[in-house]
Structures are given as C-alpha cells and as structure tokens.
Design a protein around this ligand. Structure first.
Ligand code: NAI
Length: 344
C-alpha cells in the first residue's frame, strides 16, 4: 500500500461519510500504547469506527477482545503465531491491519489461506530517514564516547575527533521509500552516495554490492527482512568493507550477522556501528530491563563498545508518524468494511 498524506485521505473519506448513511464499524486495537490510545479515541469517531482499545497483545488468551469485530489492528512488537491467526479467523476476524511497514511478526500467506486479509499501514519515511542521518552523524562524530566522558565530567577531547560527511562516501543498500529519503537528505551534506538495490528504480548512483562495500565509509541498510536479505552483511561481506567503515542499521536486525560484526569491531577493523535494530531484539526492546539480567550476550558485548550505538527500534517513533499510523489504521478498517458491505 502506498503512502498518501493522511490529511487528504481524511477529508475525502470523512466528507463521503458525512454525506452517506453508513453504520458504525468496530475495530479492536491490540498492543495499544497510551499515546496511540489518545489518538485512536480522538480520530475513530470521525470515520464511524468504534474502537476497542487494549494494551494486551493479540493471543489466544485475548481473542475475546475482538468482541465480534471483523477488523483488528496489531502492533509490530509481538509475534503472532499461526494458531492465534486460526483462533482469530474462527472468532470472525477477516482483516488485520498492522501498525508497521514490516510484516515479519506474522505469516501473511497463512493468514490469507484462512481468509484473513493483512495490510500494513504506510507512514512517511521521514521519521526513519531523519533518524538514520542522526545515527550516521553520531557514529562519525564518536558521539557515544564523547557523551560517556561528559557524563562522568571528563571533558577532554580524547578519542572524539570526528569526520565530516562531505569527505565520505555513503553506501545505501535498498533504495525504496526510506533509502531514497536518506539519499535526498545526504545531498545536503555534500557527500558522495552510491546505492545498491536488486530492483533499482531511482536516479541514485547504482553500483554492484561488492563495489559499494569496497568504496563506502558508511554502509546503511534499508531493505526489508526476507530470506534473501538474511545476513545480507555476513562475515564475508563485512570483511570486504573498507577499513574504518561504519555500519548503520535501521532496517531489521537479521540483515547483519551480529557475530561477524562483533568480530570485526573487536579486531578494530571497523570504525563503529549504529544499530536501531538487532538480531534477538524481541522481548528485550520495548521492555524495562534495567533490573533484570540481559539474556543476549551479543547485546551486552555491543553495549560495552565505545564506538557502537544501540537504540531500541526507535527510528519510526515520532509524533507525525504515530498520528499517520493511527489514522491510516482507522481508514484501512473503514475501507475494508466499506468494500465488504459494498457501500462504495
Ligand atoms: P520499501 O519496500 O519502500 O523499500 C525496500 C527496498 O529494498 C526496495 O527498493 C527493494 O527493491 C529493496 N530490496 C528488497 N530486497 C532486496 C535485496 N535482496 N537486495 C537489495 N535490495 C533489496 O521499504 P521501506 O519503506 O523503504 O522500508 C525498508 C525497511 O525499513 C522495512 O522493510 C523495515 O524493515 C524497515 N523499517 C524500520 C523502521 C524502524 O523503526 N527502524 C521503521 C520502518 C521500516
């Protein structure tokens, strides 16, 4: 589904709704955080949608909350098993809108086979593109090291001399909505950008992947997670990177072989990494783990390194993106019901 500015969609759909007599429809929103809940309560009535809101994740134990609604909305933070999908279908659910761009947390093919239509919710790529630029700048300016020192009142300039983007080549892997928005932003910094995509469709300077790895000072990842992109940066490809290069990952954790990354970082071959997503992040990111042991040894090792920035899958999380996501979730549900009832 392509992204359209919600304001335009709101006006046309809301105008149609006010001129037609159509019954309200129900939407159960699972895994709904407090900030999303405020927006759902505010926006749903405009579209004749009655929201049932719960912080609980969708599971067989929470099926009752579908409350007879055919549409549900889910977050991307919890995996949805096939047995839960089957229980949803049996409870009459026919439409799942996921409040994310990625679909990795549920089996869309299986859902389709049991009569559930799954759609994602597009939102502007700007949130992730801005964040990617921030991570690049933090990486090349040694921000973690500098902030760590300042936090303990060591204000010397040791180890914090940075590099300027205009002197660097940035390799962008995946030039879809987010990758293209990253390239747009990089133009303003005056650096050279090269790109790789298995379906090149922009005016970027495309080069073979091997060349991108060889010439880039920063490699940034913007492909979806698929069987083809699993460990896209594996041991061999990380070895091909320029000495001192930085890896930025705001795509999905499994795009990078974390063990191979750690080996390259430990040996000093890489300049650093900035990771908003991580292999094994499920169950750790989005939870308060400050008072419990962290099971992931790789995360602990990464956190120790002064040249590695880890953030908990945060790139998408802005007020603008949240509002788009909520509004598009409601619009998706309304449109599904309209199609089913042949109101439009
Ligand atoms: P998109 O579908 O617009 O672009 C993906 C691009 O990757 C396409 O151009 C496609 O041709 C390319 N691609 C796919 N497989 C490839 C392969 N094997 N080799 C090379 N290129 C390949 O997706 P969009 O919106 O740009 O998002 C990209 C990814 O960013 C999402 O799939 C998601 O995993 C991640 N994401 C992360 C967020 C975060 O908060 N960190 C938030 C939103 C998305």
């Amino acid at each position: 589904m392509t992204y359209r500015e919600p304001a335009r969609r709101t006006q046309s759909l809301a105008a149609w709704l006010s001129s037609a007599t159509v019954p309200d429809v129900g939407l159960t929103i699972y895994g709904c955080g407090p900030d999303e809940a405020v927006l759902f309560r505010e926006l749903a009535p405009r579209f004749g949608v009655v929201p049932t809101i719960t912080e609980a994740a969708v599971s067989e134990a929470t099926i009752d909350l579908t409350a007879g609604n055919r549409c549900i909305s889910v977050g991307h933070k919890t995996q949805i098993t096939n047995s839960t999908l089957l229980a949803l279908a049996r409870a009459g659910v026919a439409y799942i809108s996921t409040r994310s761009i990625g679909y990795n947390h549920l089996d869309v093919g299986y859902a389709d086979s049991i009569g559930i239509c799954v759609e994602n919710v597009p939102y502007s790529p700007d949130s992730v593109a801005d964040y990617t630029l921030m991570l690049m700048l933090m990486a090349v300016r040694n921000a973690k090291s500098m902030i760590r020192r300042a936090d303990i009142h060591d204000y010397r300039l040791h180890d914090v001399r940075g590099r300027e983007l205009r002197d660097l080549t940035v390799g962008v892997i995946g030039t879809g909505r987010i990758g293209a928005a990253v390239i747009d932003r990089l133009r303003g910094f005056g650096c050279r950008t090269v790109a790789y995509d298995n379906r090149p469709a922009t005016s970027a300077d495309y080069v073979p992947l091997e060349e991108l790895l060889r010439v880039s000072d920063i490699v940034t990842l913007h492909t979806p997670r698929t069987a083809d992109t699993h460990h896209l940066l594996d041991h061999q490809r990380i070895e091909q990177l320029k000495p001192g290069a930085f890896i930025v990952n705001t795509g999905r954790g499994p795009l990078v072989d974390t063990e191979a990354l750690l080996t390259a970082l430990d040996s000093g071959r890489l300049g650093g990494a900035a990771l908003d997503v991580l292999e094994g992040e499920d169950g750790i990111f989005y939870a308060d783990c400050s008072n419990k042991p962290i099971e992931s040894k790789q995360l602990l090792r990464l956190q120790e390194l002064p040249n590695v920035i880890v953030s908990p899958h945060t790139a998408y999380y802005t007020d603008h993106a949240l509002s788009d996501t909520v509004e598009n979730s409601i619009v998706n549900c309304r449109k599904f019901e309209n199609r089913k009832q042949q109101w439009i």
